[in-house]
Design a protein around this ligand. Structure first.
Ligand code: ATP
Ligand code: MG
Ligand code: MG
Ligand code: MG
Length: 467
C-alpha cells in the first residue's frame, strides 16, 4: 500500500483506538502547562504530570499525533536540517501511552503488530534495541515477537555513567525515567551507516523510527531511583520517517508533503534542481515558522520569538543563496495550509496572520541581508578558514545576522566561526554601555536560541527530551 501522510495518521490513531486508547488532540508548540519548557518537543509533554502522579486523566491509555519542534536548547535539530535524511525542526510524532496500565509486553507487541501487519513493513528490515540489562524487553523481542537475536541490540552505559545511554531515558537529572526500546529500519546497503549500537550508527542507513520508553523510576538528586506510583509507557514515532518507508523513499524530504513543499519552494525561487539542499531547508522552515505563528510565537529578540526569528532568517538566507533578493518565503504559506490545514485547523485559521508576520520579517531582513552577505564574503575572500569574531558580531549587531545564521553560511564553505571573538566583541559593546536597551539577550542564551526570560531551558529542554 502507498500510505499518504494523512492515511498514516488515521491508521495509527484507529489502531490504538481499537486497543481502547483515548485519542487526544495535539497540544500547542508552546507548552501550556510548563512555563519552563521552550517548545513541545515530543508527545509526552502534555502528559508530564500524569506520569508523576500529580495530574489525573479520565483515561489510562492515550494516543495522539503531536506537533513537535526541536529547534532550541539542548534538544535542537536545527543544525541537522539539510544535512541528514531524517531530521526536521518541526515534525509530527505519533505516540501512545499507558498511565499505569499496560507495560512492556503490550507496548512492543502492539508496536510490532502495527508496523508489520497494518503498515506492512517488511520484518527482515526491522531492528530493535533494548537497554543493556533489560532482559524482559530482550525476551519479548526474541521469544514473544520472534525477532532474530542478531537484530536485537543491547545498548547500555557505553558513556561510562550508568544512566547516560541512548536507551535509558531520563526526563531530567531528576524525575521520571526508565529504559527504552527503539525500533530501526534498514534502508539498505546503498546508504552509508551502521546498525544501531555500532560506531557507524549515526549514518542514515538504519533509521530510528519508534522509541518505546518504559517509565518506571523517579530519579532523585543523589542518583538513586524510586519507583514511580505505577510503571508507565511513553512511545514516540516520527510520522515523516515512517512515511518515507511507506512511500518507498529514503529521505523524509521525499515524502508527499515535502515533495509538494519543495516544489512550491522551487516555484518561488526559480530553482529547477529539486534535490537542492536549500529547498529542503526552506520546506522544513516554512512548517516550523508557520506553526509557531499559529501558536502565537512572533519574531522578536528574545526567548521563543528569537528562535522564531532565527528560523525565518535562515530560510530567507537560503532563498537569497538561490538568487532571491525580495520576499518570497511567505508565498509558501498557502501551499502549507493546503497540505496541513485540514489536520491542523488552527494553522488554517491563522493563514493571513502567518503570511503577514513572515512577510514583515522578510521585508525587514532583506533590507540588510545583501550588505551583510557582502561583508561576510569579503571577510572570507582570502580563503580564511575562520570567520573573525568581530565580523560575526558586526553581522549580528548591524545586519541582523543571528550567530547561527553566519555559522550556517560558514559551514557550507568549510569555515568555522570564532565564537570566543564574537563573545568578546559582544562583551565589549555591553561594557561600553552603548545601546543599553538593545542587549536584552544574553549571548550564552543566544547560542542556545534562548532568551533571558528562560534561563532554565537548557536543563529543562533536556528534561522534556523524550523518548
Ligand atoms: P535521532 O537519534 O534520529 O536524532 P531521537 O533519538 O533524538 O532520534 P527521540 O527523542 O527518541 O528521537 O524521539 C522519538 C521519535 O521521534 C524518533 O524515533 C524519531 O522517529 C522521531 N524524531 C526525533 N527527532 C526528529 C526530528 N528532528 N525530525 C523528525 N523526526 C524526529
Ligand atoms: Mg535526536
Ligand atoms: Mg536516537
Ligand atoms: Mg530515540
Amino acid at each position: 500500500p502507498n500510505f499518504s501522510v494523512a492515511d498514516i495518521r488515521k491508521t495509527f490513531l484507529d489502531f490504538f483506538a481499537s486497543k481502547a486508547h483515548t485519542v487526544v488532540a495535539s497540544s500547542p508548540l508552546v507548552p501550556g502547562n510548563d512555563p519552563t519548557l521552550m517548545f513541545t518537543n515530543s508527545g509526552m509533554v502534555q502528559f508530564k504530570d500524569v506520569f508523576l502522579g500529580t495530574d489525573k486523566r479520565p483515561y489510562v491509555r492515550a494516543a495522539s499525533v503531536q506537533a513537535c519542534l526541536r529547534a532550541g536548547g539542548k534538544h535542537n535539530d536545527l543544525e541537522n536540517v539539510g544535512y541528514t535524511a531524517r531530521h526536521h525542526t518541526f515534525f509530527e510524532m505519533l505516540g501512545n501511552w499507558s498511565f499505569g496500565d499496560y507495560f512492556k509486553r503490550e507496548s512492543l507487541v502492539w508496536g510490532w503488530e502495527l508496523l508489520t501487519e497494518v503498515y506492512k513493513l517488511p520484518k527482515e528490515k526491522l531492528w530493535a534495541t533494548v537497554y543493556i540489562d533489560d532482559d524482559e524487553a530482550y525476551d519479548i523481542w526474541t521469544k514473544v515477537i520472534g525477532l532474530p537475536a542478531d537484530r536485537v541490540v543491547r545498548i547500555g552505559d557505553n558513556k561510562g555513567a550508568k544512566y547516560a545511554s541512548d536507551n535509558f531515558w531520563m526526563m531530567a537529572d531528576t524525575g521520571p525515567c526508565g529504559p527504552c526500546s527503539e525500533i530501526f529500519y534498514d534502508h539498505g546497503p546503498h546508504i552509508p551507516g551502521g546498525p544501531p549500537g555500532s560506531p557507524e550508527q549515526d549514518g542514515d542507513r538504519y533509521i530510528e523510527i519508534w522509541n518505546h520508553v518504559f517509565m518506571q523510576f523517579d530519579m532523585q538528586a543523589d542518583g538513586s531511583v524510586k519507583n514511580l506510583p505505577a510503571p508507565c509507557v511513553d512511545t514516540g514515532m516520527g510520522l515523516e520517517r515512517l512515511a518515507a518507508i511507506l512511500q518507498h523513499v529514503h529521505s523524509n524530504y521525499e515524502i508527499d508533503i515535502f515533495d509538494a513543499l519543495i516544489k512550491a519552494a522551487a516555484r518561488e525561487t526559480g530553482v529547477t534542481d529539486l534535490e537542492n539542499k536549500s529547498l529542503r531547508v526552506i520546506a522544513d522552515h516554512i512548517r516550523a515558522t508557520s506553526f509557531l505563528v499559529s501558536d502565537g510565537v512572533i519574531p522578536s529578540n528574545e526567548g521563543r520569538g528569537y528562535v522564531q526569528r532565527r528560523i525565518i532568517r535562515r530560510a530567507i538566507r537560503h532563498g537569497y543563496k538561490l538568487g532571491k533578493k525580495t520576499p518570497f518565503f511567505h508565498k509558501l504559506v498557502p501551499d502549507l495550509v493546503a497540505l496541513m490545514g485540514e489536520a491542523y485547523p488552527n494553522l488554517k485559521a491563522n493563514e493571513n496572520k502567518i503570511i503577514d508576520t513572515l512577510k514583515a520579517e522578510e521585508e525587514r531582513f532583506f533590507e540588510t541581508l545583501e550588505n551583510g552577505m557582502e561583508i561576510l564574503d569579503a571577510a572570507l575572500a582570502g580563503g580564511q578558514k575562520e570567520l573573525p569574531g568581530d565580523v560575526a558580531f558586526k553581522l549580528h549587531d548591524t545586519y541582523g545576522f543571528p550567530l547561527d545564521l553566519s555559522a550556517d553560511v560558514c559551514r557550507e564553505r568549510d569555515v568555522t566561526v570564532d565564537e570566543a571573538g564574537f563573545n568578546a566583541a559582544m562583551d565589549k559593546q555591553k561594557a561600553a554601555g552603548r545601546a543599553a536597551g538593545k542587549f536584552k539577550m544574553d549571548r550564552a542564551l543566544e547560542y542556545a536560541g534562548i532568551g533571558n526570560a528562560f534561563t532554565g531551558y537548557e536543563k529543562l529542554e533536556e528534561s522534556a527530551r523524550v523518548v
